[in-house]
Design a protein around this ligand. Structure first.
Ligand code: AGP
Length: 603
């Protein structure tokens, strides 16, 4: 997902912009650029590749500018080239864009027929040319921004600077954008993520869709104005202090953010349980007591979808409530059957995933309630949902989601126990604390998993298998390995192997077999099927089983005792470590895997 940072104030805009973009690198990008207003000219410096390439160019020129905008681009329209990098500018304006202009090609043809020239293959440049066209007709910036934005379709966020002033303009539709303010320093900021403004802007505004924000710096103050598209004053924005801290930006003693975030899980699990069972989150859950929906539509993408599969199991087994867990990019186009009184439950770490947001919008149009399990307060999903269940994971920098998955599932479990009215049952807090302790032990004693990784990392394919509540974990384990180690891996219901995948098994294929205490014998027989075909077997299962020791090439023993509901989360952390160590041995970019973005805000 693209990153946006803008600054206007008495200081040099270069520092905050580059620092802010550095903090957003984790979201994935393939080029970076900055536009600075210097001596009444708009100077653009941009380069494909990593942010360091841009920093090198800036170091050489050492520019000073009171007003500027920066961008990290994750290519959607147009190849990864310097020309296609943002900002896009001309003699009047410079623009950065996050999202997709869906009617860009027809508009571009029309503008070209009117004689307008284009320098890039991007859809974003169409907005710049429209803005310029309308400004030349009206000589009014706000009017031109409004008219250009009303002409385009699709989900987008834009930040604009102009040669004629030090103002920052921005607006958005179903894309993340915040405006920051530091009154003491008379500074204004814009970003696609409040995290980029931590330490710079103590006050953060969250404008709603189609609200034009104008930051004006005067010799005595900074002023943020908000307008509707008809240019009437707008009050459609929320304000909050930027409470985020910076410690998330450092890896501490860890080699990678992903490893740090795996190790954070025990502490975060205890914190989340205390928040929802004993502290301010309790009243949010108490609203769910005896809540019943005729049907739950869970929708999400990727890891969040896997979390939904685990949560569905709680809703069925504990609450006997029916649900479906749909991949958001499928659900939104399948004309789903949605009836009154049903509930949409949207699971998303970022709260900005385009497909998941589209599902929330679809459910809202059908008139059903929207619940979210989300990490980012103030995100689009958060603001569009009727009830939010925050997972309080803190900023998750690693593109491969780890702590967010664990806390999404735990939040879903707590919701289930709240509906059952059993939040005060002694077993609940005890099991959660035990889970935390077991994961702590896993974090402390990871050598065994590392040794297994050393023995299997070179294999060409991996089949993760599990039954029942472990089947979603086999999917999640496979995804983790795929996305950070770039090896082929798939998750399968263990009972499905004989229906086709077993044809794949040979000595080059590794079966990562999750064997829980439940359905133990049945799952063991699935492992035996693989053994009989000379597949390499890594078992993750209960301790001290001679049967598993005999069957497996490698045996990762876990203590399932006392975890009747949450053992899938313990297994999953073992798989997070396994994926991490395999990726480490393969030398991939673990925190920023190739081709991936942390939050996919485009379809
Ligand atoms: C997780 O490891 C992946 N990076 C990805 O599948 C992610 O879970 C998915 O894109 C959904 O993101 P969200 O939770 O922010 O909606």
């Amino acid at each position: 997902m693209c990153g946006i940072v803008g600054y206007s104030g008495p200081g040099n805009s270069v520092g905050p912009i580059i620092e802010g973009l550095s903090r957003l690198e984790y979201r994935g990008y393939d080029s970076a650029g900055i536009c600075l207003k210097i001596d009444n000219q708009l100077q653009i410096i941009k380069k494909e590749g990593k942010l360091d390439n841009l920093k090198f160019l800036i170091e050489e020129q050492k520019p000073f500018s009171h007003t500027g905008i920066g961008h990290t681009r994750w290519a959607t329209h147009g190849a990864v080239t310097s020309d296609n990098a943002h900002p896009h500018g001309n003699e009047l304006f410079a623009v950065v864009h996050n999202g997709i202009i869906e009617n860009a090609s027809s508009l571009k043809k029309e503008l070209q027929s009117e004689g307008f020239q284009f320098k890039s293959q991007t859809d974003s440049e169409v907005f710049l040319v429209l803005l310029t066209k309308f400004f030349k007709q009206s000589n009014d910036v706000l009017k031109s921004i409004s008219k250009a934005f009303s002409t385009i379709t699709g989900n987008s966020a834009f930040v604009i600077i102009e040669k004629a002033s030090d103002k920052l303009y921005c607006l958005k539709r179903s894309a993340p954008l915040v405006v920051g303010e530091n009154k003491e320093k008379r500074e204004a900021f814009v970003s696609s993520d409040p995290f980029a403004l931590v330490g710079f802007a103590p006050r953060i505004y969250f404008p709603q869709d189609e609200v034009i924000c104008e930051s004006v710096i005067s010799p005595v103050e900074v002023k943020i104005n908000f307008y509707e598209l008809d240019l009437s004053p707008s009050n459609r924005y929320k304000f909050q202090t930027n409470a985020m801290t910076l410690d998330a930006t450092t890896k501490g003693p860890y080699e990678h953010f992903m490893l740090k975030e795996i190790h954070e899980q025990p502490k975060l699990i205890n914190k989340l349980a205390a928040y929802y069972i004993k502290n301010e989150g309790r009243k949010i859950l108490d609203d769910l007591r005896n809540f019943e929906a005729p049907f739950w539509h869970l929708t999400a993408c990727g890891t969040a979808w896997h979390a939904g599969l685990v949560i569905k199991n709680f809703f069925e087994q504990i609450n006997r409530q029916r649900s479906s867990v749909e991949i958001a990019s499928e659900f939104r186009y399948k004309n789903p059957i949605i009836k009154k009184e049903e509930v949409g439950l949207f699971i998303s770490q970022s709260g900005e995933t385009a497909d998941t947001l589209a599902c929330q919008e679809l459910c809202a149009q059908k008139g059903i309630s929207s619940f979210s399990i989300v990490n980012v307060e103030g995100s689009t999903l958060f603001r569009n949902s009727n009830k939010n269940f925050l997972i309080h994971a803190g900023v998750e920098i690693g593109v491969a989601s780890t702590k967010a998955f664990t806390l999404q599932v735990l939040t879903g479990y707590l919701m289930s126990r709240a509906m059952e009215g059993s939040l005060d049952d002694a077993d609940l807090f005890k099991e959660i604390q035990l889970l935390s302790t077991r994961i702590e032990e896993l974090c402390a004693g990871g050598d065994k998993i590392k040794e297994v990784a050393e023995k299997i990392y070179y294999n060409k394919g991996f089949i993760f298998t599990g039954r029942g509540k472990y089947f979603p974990i086999s999917l999640e384990g496979a995804l983790k390995l795929k996305e950070i180690a770039y090896v082929h891996a798939e998750g399968y219901a263990a009972g499905e192997l004989k229906h086709g995948p077993i044809a794949l098994i040979d000595e080059d294929i590794v079966n990562i077999a999750i064997v829980g205490p439940e359905l133990f014998e049945k799952t063991v027989s699935n492992v035996e099927e693989v053994k009989a075909r000379r597949g390499k077997i890594v078992v993750i299962g209960p301790r001290n089983s001679e049967e598993l020791r005999h069957l497996s090439d490698f045996y990762i023993e876990l203590d399932f005792e006392g975890l009747p509901n949450l053992s899938p989360l313990l297994v999953n952390v073992a798989l997070q470590f396994l994926a991490y160590h395999i990726a480490f041995l393969k030398g991939t970019d673990i925190d920023k895997p190739r081709n991936l973005a942390k939050s996919v805000t485009v379809e």
